[in-house]
Design a protein around this ligand. Structure first.
Ligand SMILES: O=C(O)CCC(=O)C(=O)O
Length: 267
């Protein structure tokens, strides 16, 4: 991402944090999953050709499924517990073809809670998860989602994913990952984007997955349904102004116009 996008990503995070009543102002962590449906800036980011080029190396066609801000305030106890994303999705997403792009708006280091991956864990299948919630704001150490030791993993083998603002990392749903507390005076803000392909059953009429489903590459296959990308309206104060909105609106119109009424979600 370029400097301007990073700056605007931070601005929108702050705006959502302050104006969205569902968000705990003092302890924000994961913010909803339909933000890209509401905010054209985020729809622009998730449909960015540079990101789609990378994702397209893995998925034949590309659907945005959902995306979420993950935020750690300075000196925050929020942790994301060890987990595999796919463990939460197996009942809903079939086949489990999902690629996550994690876009950093701040420098991430072990001290401010960068992402951590256990190398090779994506090849070993799914572990049993305690599905009560992946985010912890407490300081208990006994509330892990999976027991790494029991599963034969050593936490000290985890790799720190240190990123610069504007960098992205990419992960599969089966990799074990976590993030620790932010013990610094710096923010750690990121946007995690989930992409899937047109063949997943989650996109059928009435299915949960349609909530954020933008068809970004490929042909719609019946009976799947998608949402229109939101257009930026300079007169709408509820939307954040962002650089390059004219080009985004053009791209969004082209993508929206390519959907037949049968492939449009009824909202
Ligand atoms: O940013 C975080 O703390 C967690 C993100 C995460 O678990 C994910 O993107 O799959």
């Amino acid at each position: 991402m370029d400097k301007q996008t990073v700056e605007e990503g931070r601005q929108l995070a702050e705006r959502i944090r302050k104006h969205n009543h569902e968000v705990d102002l003092e302890n924000p962590n994961s913010i909803g999953d339909a933000q890209a449906v509401r905010h054209p800036f985020l729809a622009d980011l998730v449909s960015d050709e540079r990101i789609l080029e990378l994702v397209g190396a893995i998925l034949d066609d590309i659907v945005h499924l959902q995306s979420t801000y993950f935020i750690k305030k300075p000196q925050s106890d929020n942790r994301t517990l060890w987990h595999q994303d796919g463990a939460y999705w197996t009942q809903f997403i079939n086949p489990l073809q999902v690629i996550s792009v994690w876009a950093a708006f701040d420098r991430t280091t072990p001290e401010n809670g960068c992402m951590k991956f256990i190398p090779g864990s994506h090849k070993e299948g799914y572990l049993e998860h305690d599905i009560s919630g992946v985010v912890s704001d407490g300081d208990k150490d006994d509330d892990e989602e999976v027991n790494l030791e029991e599963a034969g993993y050593d936490e000290s083998d985890a790799v720190d994913i240190e990123l610069k603002p504007g960098d992205i990392s990419i992960h599969r749903p089966s990799i074990l990952h976590a993030s620790y507390r932010n013990t610094t005076d710096r923010w750690r803000r990121a946007y995690a984007i989930r992409y899937t392909s047109t063949s997943v059953n989650m996109l059928r009429p009435g299915q949960e997955g349609q909530k954020g489903a933008f068809l970004l590459r490929g042909e719609p296959s019946d009976p799947q349904q998608y949402r229109k990308l939101p257009l930026y309206d300079p007169d709408d104060d509820s939307q954040m102004h962002f650089t390059g909105w004219e080009a985004y609106n053009e791209r969004a119109r082209t993508l929206n116009d390519s959907l037949s009424p049968d492939n449009l979600m009824d909202v």
